[in-house]
Design a protein around this ligand. Structure first.
Ligand code: TRP
Length: 336
């Protein structure tokens, strides 16, 4: 038995990779990757739950893999792979569909939100959390690092794992737990600090900052960031200070300093203008080396493919036997 904890993280290849993705997820993944057994999965099958342009989806999937490597995900320390390369995920989702009550899926708030915004709702959108449950429990993951918005889905994965264990009267799946990072969990939109920075709003100018954006564009977005009419550069829960709080939070998340140390850094700042420029500069500096590594990874597509094939092989070695056992438990005949 492995003593190390198993962690499963998923990220969708939809939209541009933003500062929110970096600080909210990937920076933490990189920091903790050696301590636990980590699976980092680019969940292309999940992205298909809303209509996609095939050419763009393929490009974004490879580009995201390159970004993750450039950001420091180390394929020698963990397993980075594309979900659709490991067919066990899609198969597990079918098997789990057959033990998941429909009512559980209709209750998901993300489904309710997303389905209200669309005229025709695809089956995959409803079924999305079952695929996600399969992602996680095929690896017997203990922990799933997620933002607030995905917590309910991880709880559903727990329910599904428990239901399977109960139905088949054996502790077959590890029951996973959501893991919400403390610092930097939530980067808000620069234009509207009451909304989470999201790639879905990346087309709105000044909302999100993309890792691959031109530094001038990044600085422009920071300079236009929404603040308040005061001039106190301090952390605060006051709703009107949400903008300043967000800027300080970004700075804190990158520097990993305490709140007091961050406030002290800005004690000599000349107003919010200065704050915005300094935070913008820090973000640009942080992105620059990642962007340079990204360019060189993208310049060698064969090497990237090789790394992804290796990651998929590693993942398959865990997921496939688990899937086979699952089939056996459920009464399917395994091919001989
Ligand atoms: N639903 C997650 C999101 O949109 C992505 C995801 C898919 C995921 N499968 C996962 C996250 C498994 C964690 C574990 O953010």
């Amino acid at each position: 038995m492995n003593e190390k904890r198993v962690v499963f993280s998923g990220i969708q290849p939809s939209g541009d990779f933003t500062l929110g993705n970096y600080l909210g997820a990937v920076q933490n993944w990189v920091r903790d990757q050696a301590e636990k057994i980590n699976y980092f999965c680019i969940v292309d099958l999940h992205t298909l739950t809303v209509p996609q342009d095939p050419v763009q989806l393929r490009e974004r999937t490879r580009s995201l893999a390159a970004i993750l490597l450039a950001a420091g995900i180390d394929p020698d320390k963990c397993t980075l792979f594309i979900q659709s390369h490991v067919t066990a995920h899609a198969e597990a989702s079918w098997l789990l569909n057959c033990i998941t009550p429909l009512g559980w899926l209709y209750r998901m708030t993300q489904f309710k939100d997303k389905s209200q915004k669309q005229e025709s709702v695809l089956t995959g959108l409803l079924d999305y959390p079952v695929l996600m449950a399969g992602d996680i429990i095929l690896y017997d993951a203990h922990e799933v690092p997620v933002g607030d918005d995905q917590k309910q889905h991880v709880e559903l994965a727990r329910d599904i794992a428990q239901r399977f264990n109960h139905l088949y009267e054996q502790p077959f799946f590890v029951v996973p737990e959501p893991f919400i990072p403390k610092v930097g969990a939530r980067v808000m939109g620069l234009d509207n600090p009451s909304n989470k920075m999201s790639k879905s709003f990346a087309h709105i100018r000044g909302h999100a900052v993309g890792l691959l954006d031109d530094p001038k564009e990044i600085m422009r977005s920071f300079k236009r960031a929404k603040t308040d009419s005061g001039n106190d550069i301090i952390f605060s829960d006051e709703p009107e200070k949400a903008g300043v709080n967000n800027l300080l939070g970004i700075y804190r998340s990158i520097t990993q300093k305490t709140k007091e140390a961050v406030e002290a850094d800005f004690a000599d700042a000349r107003g919010y203008g200065d704050l915005k420029v300094r935070v913008g500069e820090l973000v640009i500096e942080t992105f620059a080396p990642i962007k340079a590594r990204y360019e060189s990874i993208m310049a060698d597509p064969a090497e990237l493919d090789k790394l992804l094939a290796r990651g998929a092989d590693q993942a398959r070695q865990v997921a496939q036997p688990k899937l086979d056992q699952m089939k056996e438990i459920m009464g399917l005949v395994l091919p001989r």
